[in-house]
Ligand binder design. Structure first.
Ligand code: PAF
Length: 282
């Protein structure tokens, strides 16, 4: 069945109240998003509602980032969302979400991500997580779900959304869904479509760096970082921003125990992220 497309929150409010899961996206949907929708359907069953939001959020892009160029493909998105089992595609305008300012006003109340918002992606993209958390909070209010599903591909984002839900006592369960990968290991991302054929090949260096880091993690987090960075350094067309080992909450990595490996690197002009869990120490 084709999902219903709604642009106004009043249309959503008019739906009969059923158990609801929401998948938030900026559109340009790929199989990673489809997997989130399929998982949402599994969790709420046929009697529940699966809502996918499509909104390119201006407040999470910095000056000089790709807000204007970001792919807007609503028609194709409705097809992907419908095939994956969504009931509703909620595609609000910037005015619907932010009012006439279409973004933050100087006196807007926004969500402060705390110190976790200033590291890794937050260090490279100041203000990014303030924009993400504020829009996620708004979209939760507009869609009123019991469950909200996010990909592990954006692990820092997922961690911060979980923390926001806990710290602000939001009545929403935040669920992380494993990253969907291309056959060569590249994490699916809407930004992969920016890559030329040659860059697309080179981009597989990123998951290979995580393979090496994971294998070396047996010797501890510093060895993991060194091994991963060496793989990136061997590919001159890949520019590393960071490759770090942390604990599962993005704090300092343990010498022994569960950790996370996170990488951000640029291929051509496209910034790509990836991460995976890793056991640190023998
Ligand atoms: O991950 C994304 O696509 C966005 O950051 C999100 C969560 C939809 C907020 O705009």
């Amino acid at each position: 069945m084709t999902a219903r497309v709604m642009h106004g929150a009043d249309e959503l409010r008019g739906l009969p109240r059923r158990d609801r899961a929401v998948v938030m996206t900026m559109g340009a949907l790929h199989d990673g998003h489809a997997e989130l929708v399929r998982e949402a359907r599994r969790l709420v069953g046929d009697a529940g509602d699966v809502v996918i939001t499509v909104f390119v959020n201006p407040t999470q892009f910095g000056a000089g980032e790709d807000f204007d160029a970001y792919p807007r493909t609503l028609e194709a998105d409705v097809l992907v969302a419908s095939q994956a089992g969504a009931d509703v595609v909620f595609a609000p305008s910037a005015v619907e979400v932010y009012g006439p300012a279409r973004g933050f006003r100087p006196d807007s109340v926004t969500i402060d991500p705390g110190p976790l918002g200033d590291i890794l992606e937050g260090a490279s993209r100041p203000g990014h997580f303030r924009g993400v958390l504020t829009v996620v909070n708004k979209l939760m209010s507009l869609t009123q779900p019991r469950l909200a599903l996010f990909g592990e591909k954006d692990y820092q984002q997922l961690t911060l959304i979980r923390r926001m839900a806990a710290d602000l006592s939001l009545p929403v369960d935040v669920i992380g869904v494993p990253t969907v990968r291309e056959p060569d290991g590249l994490a699916m991302s809407s930004r992969n479509r920016y890559l030329s054929a040659h860059e697309r090949e080179i981009a597989a260096t990123i998951p290979r760096a995580l393979d090496a880091a994971e294998a070396a993690a047996v010797d501890g987090p510093r060895a993991a970082e060194a091994a991963g960075r060496a793989v990136i350094a061997s590919a001159p067309e890949v520019t590393l921003d960071y490759l770090v080992a942390t604990d599962v909450d993005l704090g300092p990595a343990p010498e022994q125990g569960s950790g996370r490996l996170l990488v951000a690197a640029t291929v051509g002009t496209t910034r790509l992220l990836d991460n995976r869990s890793a056991r640190m120490g023998a």
